[in-house]
Design a protein around this ligand. Structure first.
Ligand code: 4AZ
Length: 475
């Protein structure tokens, strides 16, 4: 017990001496000037003792928990610093647009390529757009490519010439010319190394930088394209929300062809779709009570009030063979008195070729300002719902609509109900997304109540009326 006390004392003195050694050094004293002794035996001090004591102390201080916390704190500080620097120094990405033109030599030009709504134009443009995605998405700067749209296919003595818009996102500090060179390099590299389905004639390739206004004007030559307010194309919607029992309202520019048809003094009555800068397509039953165009207005945008754009109607054409008892030929056209300017918010939808057939269970979207419960009020904000096409055979089953569905009708919804269009959505669009180009496949027409099981929505089958529309409008 006594010994150990003395030992402790010796150790403490040892430590003290080590500290005094530090002081000695600090004040320029030397070991040999002071020789400490204790209980008759000299306490030996060497320089090596000092670092050991210090090391032990340090070791106690840097226990694993402290070390981990310290490392964490440092990492966090560095992370925050990098974040701040990136935010202020690195500029945001910006959209860059180019008009590309080139010849394709292994495809012969067909007459129908001149008609943008033709199946031939659609299929050939999709093939060219897919090829562009393949070239740019798999390149080193792949993440920079947004999408491309063919604007025009024209005849050429060696095949045909393509005009298309290419969209990219690059840091805003890059110049359009620098990016143009990068794009050209990627394309030329692909021509050398990739097996492409279409033979691009390299010397014929030109790429011109264009601003967003020019891009918009070029795209206006094509229907069914939607853009966000920042001129970024909107991706295909993944929403499963509904008009009925739904929650989500549409984003601005998401359904730019949606129209609200309103009777002056009585407000919203029906939906409609913009199919050109002057023509609307809607349901015949919307004009059952009132066919006088002077009594109607059409508004555009995602809210009824305030509307983004408003127009009066100059002409209403109801299908000659519309039958209110059977809902057959429930289709009508309305012409605006003055045309609308296409923008991110107002855009026309494509009309499908009469030969297009959607298989059952195809995903389609219905939009409208209609009620969200049976007999409920009109919604001020546009709503959307994803539904699926249902075959006429199934829809005509005894337990569904028992033979009421004719060739001019199309059923869409779910057998279990729950998601559906409803009162006030009538006349509005049922659209299908084909490679980012949207087609009007149906017009909200009728149904037994809303969202009931085995009572899906019934729509006017637009493909059936393609020739009728063309005969009245020239579209
Ligand atoms: C209507 O009364 C109406 N569930 C529209 C669509 C549907 C039912 C009724 C479809 O305008």
């Amino acid at each position: 017990m006594v010994t150990s006390n003395i030992d402790t004392l010796v150790a403490e003195v040892h430590t003290l001496m080590a500290q005094s050694d530090k002081c000695k050094k600090a004040f320029g004293l030397y070991d040999n000037m002071l020789q400490p002794t204790f209980i008759g035996r000299p306490v030996e001090f060497s320089e090596a003792d000092f670092p050991r004591v210090e090391y032990q102390r340090r070791q106690q201080f840097w226990d694993p928990v402290r070390l981990a916390l310290f490392t964490l704190a440092i990492v966090a500080i560095i992370g925050i610093a990098i974040g701040i620097v990136t935010h202020f120094v690195v500029e945001d990405d910006k959209s860059f647009y180019y008009l590309a033109s080139f010849k394709i030599t292994n495809i012969k030009y067909k007459e129908n390529y001149g008609m943008k709504s033709s199946r031939e134009f659609t299929e050939r443009s999709h093939q060219i757009e897919r090829m562009m995605s393949r070239i740019f998405l798999r390149s080193s700067g792949g993440g920079r490519f947004i999408k491309s749209h063919v604007i025009k296919l024209s005849p050429d003595e060696h095949g045909m010439r393509i005009f298309m818009v290419l969209m990219f996102r690059y840091p805003s500090t890059d110049s359009a010319e620098q990016i143009r060179k990068k794009i050209e390099r990627i394309l030329y590299q692909s021509l050398k190394t990739k097996q492409l389905p279409l033979t691009i004639n390299k010397p014929s390739f030109t790429l011109t930088s264009i601003d967003s206004k020019k891009m918009r004007n070029l795209l206006n030559s094509r229907c069914g394209i939607r853009m966000t307010s920042s001129n970024m194309p909107l991706p295909a919607s993944s929403s499963t929300e509904r008009i009925i029992q739904g929650r989500e309202t549409a984003l601005e520019g998401e359904w730019p062809w949606q129209v609200s048809l309103q009777l002056i003094g009585a407000g919203h009555q029906c939906g409609a779709s913009l199919i050109s800068n002057t023509w609307l397509l809607t349901a015949a039953h919307c004009f059952r009570k009132n066919k006088d165009p002077n009594q109607w207005i059409a508004t555009f945008g995602t809210t009824i009030t305030p509307p983004a754009v408003q127009r009066s109607l100059g002409k209403i054409i109801v299908h000659e063979n519309y039958h209110r008892e059977t809902n057959e030929n429930d289709i009508a056209l309305a012409q605006l008195t003055t045309r609308v300017e296409f923008s991110n918010i107002v855009q026309r939808v494509c009309l499908p070729d009469s030969s297009i057939k959607l298989p059952p269970k195809t995903s389609v979207f219905v939009t409208g300002f209609g009620s969200i419960v049976d007999d409920g009020p009109t919604q001020n904000k546009l709503r959307q719902a994803r539904v699926e096409t249902i075959s006429t055979d199934v829809c005509n089953r005894k337990d569904v609509y028992d033979g009421l569905i004719t060739s001019g009708m199309l059923c869409a919804g779910f057998m279990e109900g729950k998601v559906d269009a409803c009162k006030g959505d009538s006349g509005g669009p049922l659209v299908y997304d084909n490679h980012d180009i949207w087609y009007l496949v149906g017009i909200v027409s009728w149904g037994q109540s809303c969202a009931l099981p085995k009572k899906p929505g019934v729509y006017t089958r637009v493909t059936q009326y393609r020739e009728w529309i063309a005969s009245k409008t020239g579209i």
